[in-house]
Design a protein. Structure first.
Length: 158
């Protein structure tokens, strides 16, 4: 088995980005309108708005992805649309991808990373905690556009 290569999103990744994300969302939840918008047009809904997408590729196939969504605060990004193909889970690809996302944010002078997830995604929550994300106290949580969000975490990069 060849090595996983981590790189920036390219236009030809659009379909794999959509498919990988739809698969995990539909497995645990339901696809929401906000998902359809960002997955249907990652260039317009993520990249053009100041976001970034990193992908993991093995043998020419996308096996993982993670978006950094711009927020109103210029020095804060939201970690979103992170998923790893089921065939790659348990091999450390998710951790490697997340570490690269964090490194990219630091190199881009981002002070804070934020994310929303769900308690059903136990492995993801444990991974986020392991790399340094901390749960936000209730008074710091803002309403989410996603019905599935019930875990809110943040990482200070300073």
């Amino acid at each position: 088995m060849s090595e996983v290569v981590f790189r920036n999103f390219k236009p030809q990744d659009r379909e794999a980005f959509r498919t990988l994300n739809e698969h995990w969302i539909e497995k645990y939840f339901r696809l929401e309108e906000k998902d359809r918008q960002s997955l249907g047009d990652p260039e317009g809904q993520i990249l053009a708005k100041g976001g970034h997408i990193l992908v993991a590729e093995r043998d020419g196939q996308l096996v993982g992805c993670c978006a950094l969504m711009a927020t109103p605060e210029k020095d804060r990004l939201e970690v979103a649309k992170m998923t790893i193909a089921e065939s790659e889970r348990g091999r450390g690809v998710g951790r490697q991808l997340l570490e690269r996302v964090i490194r990219f944010a630091r190199e881009s002078s981002i002070r804070t990373l934020y994310l929303e997830t769900n308690t059903k995604l136990e492995s993801a929550v444990r991974l986020y905690e392991a790399v340094g994300f901390r749960h936000l106290p209730a008074e710091q949580i803002k309403p989410s556009p996603y019905a599935r969000a019930n875990v809110y975490m943040q990482m200070d990069l300073r």
